[in-house]
Ligand binder design. Structure first.
Ligand SMILES: Nc1ncnc2c1ncn2[C@@H]1O[C@H](COP(=O)(O)OP(=O)(O)OP(=O)(O)O)[C@@H](O)[C@H]1O
Ligand SMILES: [Mg+2]
Length: 375
């Protein structure tokens, strides 16, 4: 490269850089204006920098007046055309951003975002991201609606289940007060057992609310499943005997689970009580614990005569009860009778990262609890 060429490059670069610095400072002032202004002014700065480079070099080269004038004309025309082109691009960009803005506004009003197409990559990505957010929002709205529905059902069922025993207790206490009770001892016993049932219901509701709040506060420890099942069978045995139901079971020797002992006992007790309750006299309820494909498996089989499709689908729903008439057995020892037992079982098992399911198995049904083996 000759000395003259290096000089020309340096002159052009310094004039163009000077123009660029001045132009960009002016553009910086416009950064909060509309997109079309910004893009237009970037084009003007670019053309201005080229013009400054050319003019500076032309002066240093001592061009003739005519040549210099021609150069200026060429620059002016090219500049105007470039600015017009930039304005077209800026206007299109502004339109895309306006339509995105309108879509976002509709999203705010209707909660649904409909993504447009054809925008530059960054705007299209923003639009696609908003569409994904909209889908996630719709999903959580649906979940919220389902939860709200089951909460409303629970309140109405629980108030129904509380109303009848409360009315009964009021009648009995009034009779006792007025000295009209024929057998005061029986009334006292009945009131006591109703109160016990209501205490169980409140306790179940409290447990359920802790499950739903994700607030079970499990204290996990390694447990011998055999011991836990034996204890549950021993405490359910008097009830089973009274109903003429035979209780049996077997757990693989040394089978361990890592679980909260109180909560897992509650799971087994709820399942056992249900099984005994739905098994006719002379029937058998059996608890089996063994190592399965995906961890520890605990099955409780009974002689309930089989569940209908709907029962199987909804058994674990809060406040679901198989019989249409929600009439708890007076003095029942089986639970609150509010249809909370299996919802609690499911909540506790899932909090242990396990799963619970039911299927029919002659002569009754079979509840299967699967817990991960942490060994
Ligand atoms: N072992 C079983 N055999 C047959 N049906 C069952 C069995 N376990 C539960 N069910 C059906 O599922 C329903 C829900 O059971 P769940 O334990 O949740 O409520 P519940 O026993 O009626 O009341 P709660 O457990 O609150 O005292 C029952 O009403 C019953 O219809
Ligand atoms: Mg139950």
């Amino acid at each position: 490269m000759t000395h003259d060429e290096v000089q020309i490059i340096l002159i052009a670069a310094s004039w163009a850089a000077g123009a660029c610095i001045v132009g960009l400072a002016a553009v910086w002032g416009l950064r909060r204006r509309r997109l079309v202004w910004l893009i237009g002014s970037v084009a003007v700065v670019a053309v201005g920098a080229v013009a400054a480079g050319v003019v500076g070099t032309a002066r240093a080269m001592f061009l003739s007046h005519h040549d210099f004038e021609v150069t200026l004309w060429v620059l002016a025309v090219a500049g105007v055309v470039a600015a017009a082109g930039a304005t077209v691009v800026g206007t299109a960009l502004a339109r895309w951003s306006q339509s995105l803005q309108a879509e976002a506004r509709r999203f705010g009003e209707s909660g649904t975002f409909v993504s447009g197409t054809g925008a530059p990559v960054e705007l299209q990505q923003l639009s696609d991201e908003l569409a994904r957010t909209s889908a996630r929002l719709a999903e959580s709205r649906d979940r919220e609606a389902r939860l709200e529905g089951s909460r409303r059902e629970l309140v109405s069922w629980v108030s129904h289940d509380l109303r009848s025993p409360l009315a009964g207790m009021r009648a009995m206490t009034e009779a006792l007060e007025d000295g009209l009770a024929e057998d005061p001892q029986r009334y006292h016993r009945q009131i006591r057992s109703e109160v016990d049932r209501m205490v169980r219901m409140v306790d179940d509701l409290f447990e359920l609310s802790r499950i739903h709040a994700g607030n079970l506060g499990l204290s996990l420890e390694p447990l011998m499943l055999g011991d836990l099942v034996s204890e549950a069978i021993a405490s359910a045995d008097p009830v089973a005997r009274a109903r003429g139901v035979r209780l049996g079971g077997a757990v693989d020797a040394g089978l361990q689970v890592v679980a909260d002992p109180a909560e897992l006992s509650r799971v087994v007790a709820n399942l056992l009580m249900n099984a005994i309750r739905h098994t006719p006299a002379d029937g058998v309820v059996e608890v089996i614990g063994r190592t399965g494909a995906s961890g520890v498996e605990l099955t409780i089989t009974d002689g309930c005569g089989g569940l209908s499709e709907e029962d199987m689908e909804r058994a674990f729903d809060v406040a679901w009860q198989g019989s249409a008439a929600r009439t708890p057995e007076p003095g029942s020892v089986f639970g609150s009778g509010a249809g909370l037992g299996l919802a609690i079982v499911k909540g506790i098992v899932e909090a242990h990262s396990g799963s619970v399911s039911v299927n029919n198995e002659d002569p009754g049904c079979r509840f299967l609890v699967q817990l991960p083996s942490f060994a």
